[in-house]
Structure formats: C-alpha cells, structure tokens
Design a protein around this ligand. Structure first.
Ligand code: M6R
Length: 610
C-alpha cells in the first residue's frame, strides 16, 4: 500500500527530488511520510504525520536517499512509526511496503540480543536484522547486497524494501517479495519507486524487479540477482505514458479528470482491436488461442470495482458464447473450496496488477495447474507477469483512489473478450453486431458527460439522506454494486447495492423518505418489471431516481421523482454508458461534503496487503 521513492547519485538535489517523487505516490498511502539522505557519513532523516501537501524538505541536499509514504498496518499513525527506520547504530535505513508475518518472533529474538526498538512497526525488525547480519560478519567484508540477502532470508510475509547504508553513499539495495518495485534508468543517477508513474517526470526507461529479486544500484549501474544469488538479465521497459497524462490537466481533482477523459480512454482500450465487419483481435491471447477455443468455464477473480466489472464480463460471456462464467472475490477465493471443471481458465482483473489478494489467488490457481489469464492496466505489474497471457487495458494512469475510467475500460475489454471468444469458437454472429456498435461508444459517452449538471443537482439532494439504495437487474446489477461502492468510498455516505428483484425480500422494510432508491432501468426488456418496482417504492413514499435511456423514459415519467436519460444504444452496451452516472454522483456528493476526493480516508490506490 505504501509509496517508495529513492535516488542514487550526487548531481541532483536528492531530498527535494525524493519529496517530489513522494508527492506523486501519495495516493498509495497518506497517513505519514518521511525521507532519509546520507550526509557526510551520517543518516539524516525527517518524518511527519499527515499528508505531504505543499511540504518542503529541511534535509541537506547531499547524495543518495529515499522516502516513503505510509499506509499504517503495524502500529498507529505516529511520527515514530513513520518510515524510514534505523537500526540501533543508525548505520542502515530501511523503507518497506508489505507485512512481515513473523514480526513478533523476530522482534522478541532481536530484543534478546540487545536491540532497542523505537517503533511498533514490523519494518523495524528488518533494519535490526540487517544490523545483526552486519555485526556477525564484520570480518567477512560482505557487500550490502549480501547483507540484505541474509537479513531478508529470515523474513516471512510480503515485502518490497529499499535499503541504504551511511558508509556507502553511492549505493542502494532493493529486495522484492510481494510488493511492486521499479528502477528508473537515467545517465549519471538512478531512481527507484513502487509505481512507474512516479518515475515518469525523470525517465521512461525502467526495470521492473520481479519477486525474489535483489537489485544493487549505483549511479551508473543496476545489477539484479535472485535471492539464491544468481545474476539475472534485466530487461529495460520503455513506458509509453506521457508525464502530462498523469497530472491533473486543469481539473480540480484526478477523479474528475479521469471521469471526463473516458471517451478517450475507451478509444485507447479499443484501438486496433476491432476490425472491419466487427472482428475482434486481441494479440495478448494469441498464445493461448487453442486452449481458449475449447474452454468450458471461466472464473474471473478480482477485488472491489474490478470484481463488479467481472460480473458484467461473466454475464456478457454467457450471453455471447456457450462458455460458463462466474466471478469470485479474490479474498474469498483464497480461503474457500472451489471446483474447476475440465477445460477451465482463471481470469484475474486488476487495475494495479499489485493487489495482494489477487496475487495470492494467482499463486493458488497456478499451483492447481489452471490456465491463468490477466486483464490488467499496469504494464509489467506483478499480475501481468505472473499470468500466462492476457489483455492490457491501455486506459492510461489512474491516480484517483476511486476507480473510474478503468471500470469502463474493464467492461469494454471484457465485452471484447466475449466477442473474441465467440468468434474463435464459431459462435460469433451476434458478437459482430455488438462489436460494430462499440465504435459509437465514445461519442455517446461524451453526451452523457456533458449532462453532468443534472447529476450535480441530484447529488445535492442525496447528500442529506441517511442511506441510499442502488438497484439494478441483469447486466445492470453490477452498476448497483459499483454505485454503492463509489458513493461510500468518495462521499462516506451509507449505501446499499442490490438486485432490484430483491427489494421485496427484505430491504424495502428499511426504506423511507430519507432512504431513497436509485434504479438503473434502461430499455433492456425489463422495463415493465422495473416500472412495477418503482411503483411499489412510490406507494410507500420512498423517493426514486430513475436512470434510463431515451426509449425507456416514457415508462417512468409519471412515477419517477427524477430521471437521468442516456442516449439509446445496444442493450449490452448500456451499463458502460450508465457507469459515469455513479461516478459523477459520487464525485459531486464528495465535493459538496468537502471530502478528500482523490485520497479518501483510510483507503489506498493499490491494496498490496491482504
Ligand atoms: O488495482 P485493483 O483493480 O486490483 O484494485 C481493486 C480494488 O482495490 C479497487 O477497485 C477499489 O475497490 C477501488 N478503490 C474502487 O474505486
């Protein structure tokens, strides 16, 4: 969850540069932050509680250093728990993302050996372990890499760590087992970060560290070895994102920018993938084409918003092909019992590609020898690397913690996957019609976004309510879940998301004037069922907001309190056009309630701990 940023060199002003890097990583964790630099053989550190905001650093601008933004796991949000952490002799500094599961046993053993702990963090055990290794090997003259290897061999759990040593002002060592780490390559100095977007202002050339790898970094060299000390070949990836793309572009918040750029992100996701006549081409699946031709069952595995996109994906796969599909929440999947019929595939959906629950599920699926596929936004991320094949979203960087443009890109990708599968299996007639319609989406989506003002007025009515019910049927049910999640996470309003047909099985008992319903009811063949549900709510004085399309509106004009109308489109595409509604409602409600829009309290963009 936490953000890591480091600099190895001497030409730049390291402390200021690290602070800049941390600012762009703050969405990963923002309870507290800290920086350390090496100054004349001494580790100089500053640590603070709260967001970085417009902070300036007070540290000397000397050589190598590193910084961290924290999302607390072990120990409260205090200055002493903020990273970087030092050993007793203040020789080593460590920053860490992840959780050390044997922290208590290690701490006890280290205390017995005389180490003094100053924080409650699991991270501090790492730095004392390092000190122990260094003390025990004084005569052996071990390199920093060897010391880190010995220290990390004692750790259980997940970690991505950065280490510096006051006596080695021009080197740093990284070790990765579970959390993301990327090295930025430039002439004369090197950088590292937990997210490549933080490196973009400085370089587009990066090396992704893999699990069980250790990197030794100097201003002119990066050497990567396995935990077993085998030298590895490191491939340099060239990032194809623009620095401007990851900035706010004139919008007050990243969330709004990302909502408004959906016509473009959808186009980017579809680019080159839909051919004349509605044929879909997905290059990332070529290598597993033969297996997928005969597949009988697909299980999508994901968390949060990505799992709701998965629900939509499972429904459209079943609609367009003869393949059975379902969705499991990764954290449930990891500890449950699940059967896999013959000819199954697991498909992991993740924006970051670094979600710990998802990565754990990938491991399990691979152990069970099931074909593992990815649908990921972050190129080169852990999920992308760990799966056999997959599809990239190409939605561009998403910085706001609330997922918006990635949700619509996930849905359109899943629809393309359904069409591709149908065409591969000779079941493609309907899919070609659908694929041709996709070309219209970006224009129609712009029309929806242009009506933002109506949604702003609805949001104004919603912010004073005690609870809000989001309702949908069939393909639009995932939207009810996404609507409830979005409003909860951005505006902190109590919400429920449920299938419309379930109202009478319990929920309607709790609803009243102060607990309105938002119902997704486009013209998809369920209009009369939806109209009955609206009438039942109205008969009990429960306010109803109907989200429908041009053709559907006449069914609701006499019963809805308020309506929002999207343009007509093929029913299978309706959820994609309806999605911005929940995003804008959540955004506007969050602004009216003065919430922390891009970094909601207690959340982080990338959930890299279980
Ligand atoms: O990076 P991922 O797609 O794996 O993240 C999954 C969820 O953590 C994420 O979608 C989360 O629910 C968002 N904050 C929702 O807006």
């Amino acid at each position: 969850m936490c953000g890591i940023f480091g600099y190895i060199g001497k030409d730049k002003k390291p402390a200021s540069l690290i602070l800049e890097g941390l600012k762009s990583l703050e969405y990963r964790g923002y309870d507290s932050w800290g920086i350390v630099v090496i100054s004349n053989g001494i580790l100089k550190r500053e640590r603070h509680v709260g967001k970085i905001g417009e902070a300036k650093t007070v540290l000397p601008q000397t050589t190598t250093g590193m910084g961290h933004t924290r999302w607390a796991t072990h120990g409260g949000v205090t200055v002493i728990n903020a990273h970087p952490h030092f050993d007793c002799s203040e020789k080593f500094a460590v920053i860490h993302n992840g959780i050390i599961e044997n922290e208590r046993a290690l701490r006890r053993a280290l205390i017995k050996k005389g180490h003094k702990f100053s924080s409650q963090t699991d991270t501090e055990t790492i730095v004392h372990l390092l000190e122990e290794v260094s003390k025990n090997n004084k005569k052996n003259n071990l390199s920093l890499v060897d010391q880190v290897r010995l220290a990390t061999s004692k750790l259980e759990g997940a970690f991505a760590i950065g280490v510096i040593d006051r006596d080695r002002p021009e080197e740093s060592v990284l070790a990765r087992f579970g959390g993301p780490l990327v090295v930025g390559i430039t002439d004369g100095y090197k950088l590292f970060a937990s997210d490549p977007t933080a490196l973009l202002p400085f370089t587009k050339n990066v090396i992704y560290l893999k699990d069980r790898e250790i990197a030794w970094i100097t201003p002119n060299k990066v050497e990567i070895r396995s935990f077993e000390n085998h030298l590895k070949r490191s491939k340099i990836h060239v990032l194809d994102w623009d620095v401007e793309e990851s900035k706010k572009g004139g919008y007050p918040h990243f969330m709004l920018k990302e909502i408004m750029e959906q016509p473009l992100s959808l186009t980017d996701t579809m680019r080159g993938r839909i051919r004349d006549g509605g044929l879909v081409k997905l290059g990332g699946l070529e290598s597993v084409k033969e297996q997928l031709r005969d597949i009988d069952f697909i299980r999508f595995i994901a968390c949060g918003t990505a799992s709701y996109a998965g629900l939509y994906g499972a429904s459209v796969i079943q609609e367009l092909t003869s393949v059975t599909a379902d969705v499991e929440i990764a954290s449930e999947f990891n500890y449950g019992s699940f059967n896999w019929p013959d000819r199954s595939a697991a498909w992991f959906i993740s924006q970051s590609g670094e979600t710990a629950d998802v990565l754990k599920a990938v491991d399990r699926v691979k152990r069970e020898k099931i074909l593992s596929l990815g649908l990921v936004n972050m190129v080169g991320s852990s999920t992308a690397q760990a799966t056999t094949a997959g599809v990239y979203l190409h939605a561009g960087p998403e910085i706001g913690v609330a997922s918006t443009k990635v949700f619509t890109s996930q849905m359109i990708s899943l629809l393309m996957i359904a069409c591709w599968l149908a065409q591969l299996r000779g079941e493609g007639e309907k899919s070609r019609q659908v694929a041709k319609q996709m070309a219209l989406l970006s224009k129609l989506l712009s029309a929806v976004l242009n009506s933002r003002q109506v949604l702003k007025e609805i949001a104004r009515e919603l912010v004073s309510k005690s609870q809000i019910f989001f309702l949908g049927r069939g393909r639009n049910y995932p939207l009810a879940l996404e609507g409830a999640l979005k409003l909860r996470e951005v505006a902190y309003i109590d919400t429920v998301g449920m299938p419309t047909g379930e109202l009478k099985h319990g929920a309607i008992a709790a609803m009243d004037k102060d607990r309105p319903a938002i119902i997704f009811a486009p013209s998809d063949g369920m209009e009369m069922k939806n109209r009955s549900s609206v009438q039942e709510l109205k008969a009990r004085d429960i306010p109803v907001y109907v989200m429908t399309d041009k053709s559907g509106r006449k069914k609701f004009t006499d019963v809805a309190d308020r309506m929002f109308v999207i343009p007509d489109v093929h029913p299978i595409l309706q959820p994609i056009l309806l999605a911005p509604i929940v995003q804008i409602l959540a955004y506007e409600a969050g602004v009216l309630l003065d919430r922390s829009i891009d970094k909601p309290r207690n959340l982080a963009k990338s959930v890299t701990v279980e």
